[in-house]
Design a protein around this ligand. Structure first.
Ligand code: UT7
Length: 326
């Protein structure tokens, strides 16, 4: 095995806005109940971004915490990639706003639009810079204000989503080329544009000229999620050269507790190895995986050196998975 550069996660941080919206709060707005939401989704509450704040504010705070965890400062950062589908403005990219707010030097900054798969796409994209020595210190962020896309008269969607941000610092480290190396060991990314109608926003710059609202055929998306995610998980593990039984923690995109269970059941994964934050955060799209990663580290379950498999599916449809040794 030859030496090679790995993209190693050296710090993790997250930020949730203060305002908490419970299922009971939503039952006052739409025809729903706490019982229905908990039984069908596992969600008990979600956080909502404050008025006057933009997604770049959430992303910047998560990034600040990730840099502190890595022992780095904004001056070190030469690459920022933000996975988001709810930018402050149509342009510029949220990543350039984070760069400005943190005071990072001139470098590379752009957003990745892959909806709920945004973090998996963004981390895999960062690997193309870091592992080729094009970046010495990258910030990869998932940040969303999904509540701003809700139709508050549609009980089938408005109870499902929340706001937040998670970030990781990624740095190059020399590895041995084995699965014992720290860093991103493999990934699998997928998209199928023929399934657009299952999950989309009904507005946009070049069509309606308005932001639009999120529309979803929930049960169809659910069906595709379990099958697609399972395939990507197996493909990412094969790409990394690891067996699923070697994985210490599965960190799924947090859309619905029943999807988490469905994927675990299909792949024979012990549910005790699945990090779940859906009850407290709901579906925060691209932010959900780094938020769950941060939670698992903060509560002491996830430890340095452990093998982690992250997976997601979202609008596009897009989906994917990646394998990381922390
Ligand atoms: O982030 C990635 C993308 N998103 C997802 O992965 C989400 C995937 N989908 C889901 O999580 C689930 O499909 C939902 C939670 C959205 C819905 O659960 P379901 O078991 O698939 O229910 P359903 O859509 O088949 O609806 C069943 C019933 C319907 O009533 P009828 O037509 O049977 O009388 C809905 O109107 O539940 C009703 N319903 C509700 N009832 C109370 C839908 N939303 C609600 C609600 N409260 N909030």
């Amino acid at each position: 095995m030859s030496n090679l550069i790995r993209s190693v996660v050296t710090g993790v941080g997250a930020y949730l806005p203060e305002d908490v919206v419970t299922n009971a709060d939503l039952a006052k707005v739409v025809d729903t109940t706490d019982e229905w939401i908990v039984e069908r989704t596992g969600i008990r509450q979600r956080h909502r971004i404050a008025s006057g704040h933009g997604v770049s504010d959430l992303a910047t705070e998560a990034a600040r915490r990730a840099l502190a965890a890595a022992g780095r400062t904004p001056a070190d950062v030469d690459l920022i990639i933000v996975g988001t589908t709810t930018p402050d403005l149509t342009f510029p990219a949220v990543a350039t706003m984070v760069q400005r707010k943190l005071g990072c030097p001139i470098g590379i900054a752009f957003d990745v639009q892959a909806v709920c798969s945004g973090f998996v796409y963004a981390l895999s994209t960062a690997d193309g810079f870091v592992a080729r020595n094009r970046s010495k210190c990258a910030l990869v962020i998932g940040a969303e204000a999904m509540t701003r896309l809700m139709d508050w008269t549609d009980r089938g969607t408005c109870v499902l989503f929340g706001d937040g941000a998670g970030a990781v610092v990624v740095e190059p480290r020399e590895g041995q080329g084995t699965t014992d190396d720290r860093g991103l060991l493999g990934f699998a990314l997928r998209a199928d544009g023929t399934k657009q109608d299952l999950l989309y926003v009904d507005g946009g710059v070049s069509t309606t000229g308005e932001v639009g609202k999120l529309r979803m055929q929930g049960n169809q998306v659910f069906r595709h999620a379990v099958v697609n995610i399972s395939e990507a998980v197996v493909a990412a593990a094969a790409d990394a050269g690891v067996a699923l039984s070697d994985v210490d923690w599965f960190i799924p995109h947090q859309a619905n507790q029943r999807i988490l269970q469905g994927v675990a059941h299909r792949l024979g994964i012990d549910e005790a190895k699945v990090i779940s934050t859906v009850a407290l955060h709901a579906n925060t799209s691209a932010a959900s995986i780094p938020l769950a990663l941060n939670q698992g580290i903060a509560d002491g379950r996830i430890k340095p050196g452990q093998l982690i498999l992250m997976e997601a599916m979202g609008g596009g449809l897009t989906w994917g998975a990646c394998v990381l040794r922390l």
